[in-house]
Write a protein that binds this ligand. Structure first.
Ligand code: NAP
Length: 340
């Protein structure tokens, strides 16, 4: 048994990671931005009861230097998931990039002052791998995002710069700390709390709840949250994984294809908007700007994702199951009302 600190504990991926850590018998120091936010803490309170004495919650804001020190004390490892998961914002530097970069620097400074920490597993992203200016490309872990247009790709810039900080830190502290970066594509699966629908699950919520009257002509690379979570936990102890980036991505699907999977169980939109009407797609889904919808709609690329199996022994799940599981949970909990 080890003691593991997890940042961003109220979040979607961290929720699954914490359950897997507790199931494996670890003690968890979980940090949330605001301990007073009952709605975001409720599912963690249930886990606290269920795994008595094993889960301790701490308050930490990434942007405050030293904020992680108390939670890290006595921990053997850190899983750093916290970030602003936004693709666009009115002030992308402050709201997206600074949170990722200054936040990660503060986290690493805390690790530097905590000698017990021997490993860092950081949730990076395929956004730190892929670029908007490459066509017909098969991306691997050797690739780094080179798009640096702040209005087109602030999220990719933040994830790239923060992951580079991780590797520089690991180089400078190689006598004590080993690092692993997990680079997932769009993560889907069972939400553990209502607010988990706000980022990568939003398009499933929008399809089932008919916030999209037709499918935006966009494609996503998808991966199951259970695989990503297991990847973080195995990366804590795997010797083979140490020092590696690991892309987690099962397959690419259009929103229309995702809608067709959902239609096995729910009534969902079965038409795709023509590409010429991308501005409607951007208007339907406020997570994208028109600039981003245009740039991604015309890109052809894929990811090689061999390392989850090679380094961690994880065979990625077929995401069609994860799509349905996400929708079923949303409907069962009453968070989304499907059309009859
Ligand atoms: P999420 O549900 O939004 O979780 C992110 C968490 O980070 C939230 O709980 C948020 O706290 C916290 N956070 C944000 N700013 C913070 C700050 N200044 N101080 C402390 N905590 C802060 O997102 P997620 O989908 O689980 O993503 C987790 C990680 O995976 C992120 O690093 C993301 O970039 C990466 N990732 C996600 C996907 C995906 O498809 N979901 C794909 C690839 C990589 P609040 O709840 O208080 O806002």
């Amino acid at each position: 048994m080890s003691r593991i600190c997890v940042t961003g504990a109220a979040g979607f991926i961290a929720g699954h990671v914490i359950v897997d850590l507790l199931d494996d018998g670890h003690a968890v120091h979980a940090t949330v931005r605001n301990l007073g936010d009952d709605a975001k803490r409720a599912h963690l309170d249930v886990l606290k009861e269920q795994y008595s004495g094993k889960l301790t919650l701490f308050e930490a804001d990434l942007l405050e230097p030293g904020s992680l020190d108390a939670a890290l004390e006595g921990c053997d490892a850190l899983i750093h998931t916290a970030a602003a998961v936004l693709l666009t914002a009115s002030d992308p530097q402050k709201q997206i990039i600074d949170v990722a970069v200054k936040g990660t620097q503060n986290v690493l400074d805390s690790v530097a002052g905590t000698p017990s920490v021997k490993r860092i597993v950081m949730t990076s992203s395929i956004a730190a791998v892929m670029s908007y200016d490459q066509q017909d490309k098969t991306y691997t872990e050797d690739d780094w995002c080179t798009s640096d247009n702040i209005w087109l790709n602030p999220y990719g810039m933040g994830k790239t710069q923060s992951e580079r900080l991780l590797w520089a830190f690991a180089d400078n502290h190689a006598d004590r700390v080993q690092a692993v970066a997990i680079n997932p594509s769009v993560v889907i699966g069972r939400p553990l709390a209502k607010h988990h629908m706000r980022s990568s699950l939003s398009f499933i919520r929008n399809l089932v709840g008919w916030s999209y009257p037709a499918c935006p002509p966009l494609r996503f690379d998808l991966v199951d949250v259970g695989d990503v979570s297991k990847g973080h936990v195995r990366a804590l102890t795997s010797d083979r994984a140490a020092g590696h980036r690991i892309i987690f991505s099962d397959r690419q699907m259009s929103i229309l294809e995702i809608s067709k999977v959902l239609s096995r169980k729910y009534k969902t939109p079965m038409r795709e908007l023509p590409k010429l009407m991308l501005y409607i797609a951007a208007w339907l889904d406020k997570r994208y700007s028109l600039r981003q919808a245009r740039a991604s709609a015309n890109l052809r690329y894929e990811f090689r994702s061999d390392r989850p199996t090679e380094l961690l022994g994880i065979n990625l799940r077929n995401v069609e199951e994860s799509i349905l599981e996400a929708a079923e949970t949303m409907v069962e909990k009453g968070w989304v009302k499907p059309r009859s």
